[in-house]
Write a protein that binds this ligand. Sequence first.
Ligand SMILES: C[S@@+](CC[C@H](N)C(=O)[O-])C[C@H]1O[C@@H](n2cnc3c(N)ncnc32)[C@H](O)[C@@H]1O
Length: 307
Amino acid sequence: MESQKNYKNFWNEKASTPTGAFIAVDGSTNEETARLTGRYSARQVSLALDLQPGDRVLELGCGVGRIGREIAPRVAHWEGCDISSNMLGVARQRLAGLPNTGFTELHRSSLQPLADASFDKAYCVAVFIHMDKEDFYLYLEDMARVLKPGGLFYFDVWNMASAVGWRRYALEINQYRTADPAQRKDVARNQFSSPEEVRVMLDRAGFDLVLELADSPWVQAIGMRRGGGDLVARRAQAQRDAARIAYTPLWTELFDGLLDVVTGKCEPSSMWKVLADDARGEEIPMFRAWYHGLWKVNENAWGPAPN
Ligand SMILES: C[S@@+](CC[C@H](N)C(=O)[O-])C[C@H]1O[C@@H](n2cnc3c(N)ncnc32)[C@H](O)[C@@H]1O
């Protein structure tokens, strides 16, 4: 298939309509849900990067600007870059009212259009999971180039070392049991990493590790570009904020519940009941909105979605 040949084709096809773009970025089926999940991710990013009003911030793989829309008002400049012009088109529209934003289309795994040492901070959420490890590394190397010495970079990858992360990986492995060997290498297929692998990659690319969190299906890492900055102070601050940067145990439990539904281990309605009690945490209303949208697009298989 043409769409499987390169990242640009793949993601442009996914984002050929605005609704398709929303679903492709994080499964959000509408603006309201994308705002909820965007705010959650933006809180993690803001704390991880210790964002300041004077910061110039880069987002790699910004998609529809789900996170950027929340981050831009807090910083001096927000730049979103992406391989997909269709994604950038939606992001431009969503962030049209924010004058301190810029958009850069990428053409390969390189930040070549961006100048050396031109950003204070950068982040990349749910993007490296969709590319070959070599491209992941090339981006890390280039990220070290575009960040100022001492600049911070926050990103995540799927975590095969967590129990629930492995359960998610098993879904991919199972596809490989029966897939036609000639067709199975979808360029953007989900890839899984381990905390150790992330540490090796960061080190080789020129970053010191500030914080790594791996008690969820995600490895979340903060690196500091070598050559400047106070690593000891950065580490201390990140440790203080770690619980609010991390995906919480409740997030992991809800994601596990979702895997139960997807694998047929429980009924969609059972998960809906789990999502009734807002008192358990902010993740409940966020997952409820997200899950409701997912149910609506799966009504053929799951039956009518609740009102
Ligand atoms: C799952 S979406 C996540 C979007 C956004 N980070 C968010 O969390 O809302 C992945 C995004 O990465 C972009 N992307 C995928 N492969 C890429 C690559 N090799 N280089 C740059 N961007 C890429 C896609 O176009 C898409 O917008």
